[in-house]
Design a protein around this ligand. Structure first.
Ligand code: F6R
Length: 236
């Protein structure tokens, strides 16, 4: 594991974007595993800027996102599909048909989960997976549990996650209580994993996840077993 500590969120975002840019330059047809939430916003802004400057070409890239709320369509401005379209996909030259986010409104969510794993397999797995980390140690929406779940699956969100995500909604009652998330297999099989976190409030969970025991009660701790993990943290 490489732990890179930086001073500011801007520096974190520039470094993270630089690592993703290096991946896309070295392998234009990369499969990028992407995350939503507040942590990657600066990274996505930097990637969009690099594209505008003519330094990056996403035309051969495929993206697979980690998760989506159950019950929100892609048109809902709180959905993760909407987030990705707004903050990244509409600002770069990625082919929209090669951007994948789980469908949280599928009639058959179980089938949707199976198909999402089959899709990732058919793409040959993920080259670089970008992750944030929840205050309870979740990655994607793999919440603390008695075991790690391998496959893409439907989850009930932890009350602490609902509380943390309420900041994006008009009220806490509007936060969906369920999500579809990529499981640990696709994440652990990614060739490279890049986890980013900023703020004093993430310090404790980072210590637990990367310097404590590997346990499904701290889902991110499984990443200690990944052969190519980079964590970038800024206190501010
Ligand atoms: C989002 C995701 C989540 C977030 C985590 C941290 O796609 O998978 O695991 O990365 O909740 O969120 P922020 O970055 O908002 O602190």
């Amino acid at each position: 594991m490489r732990m890179i500590q930086v001073k500011t969120y801007e520096e974190l975002s520039r470094k993270t974007a630089a690592i993703i840019a290096a991946q896309v330059i070295a392998k234009p047809e990369s499969i990028l595993g992407l995350a939503t939430g507040s942590s990657p916003l600066g990274t996505y802004a930097n990637l969009a800027e690099a594209y505008r400057n003519g330094d990056l070409d996403f035309s051969s890239v495929t993206s697979v996102n980690l998760d989506e709320y159950v019950g929100l369509t892609g048109e809902n401005d709180q959905s993760y599909r909407y987030f990705m379209n707004t903050n990244l996909f509409s600002k770069i030259n990625i082919d929209p048909k090669k951007t994948f986010v789980p469908n949280g409104c599928a009639d058959d969510v179980t089938k949707e989960c199976e198909e999402y794993d089959a899709l990732i397999q058919s793409l040959g797995g993920i080259d670089l997976q970008l992750l944030g980390i929840g205050l309870d140690g979740h990655i994607g929406f793999n919440e603390p549990d008695d075991c790690f779940t391998k496959e893409t699956h439907r989850v009930t969100l932890d009350p602490s996650t609902i509380e943390a995500n309420a900041r994006f909604f008009a009220s806490i009652d509007e936060v969906p209580t369920e999500a579809v998330t990529m499981g640990m297999q696709a994440i652990m099989q990614a060739k490279k994993v890049l986890l980013i976190a900023n703020g004093q409030n993430k310090k404790e969970i980072l210590e637990k996840a990367f310097y404590g025991p590997i346990t499904p009660q701290v889902p991110a701790s499984i990443l200690q077993l990944h052969p190519d993990l980079t964590v970038i943290y800024s206190e501010n």
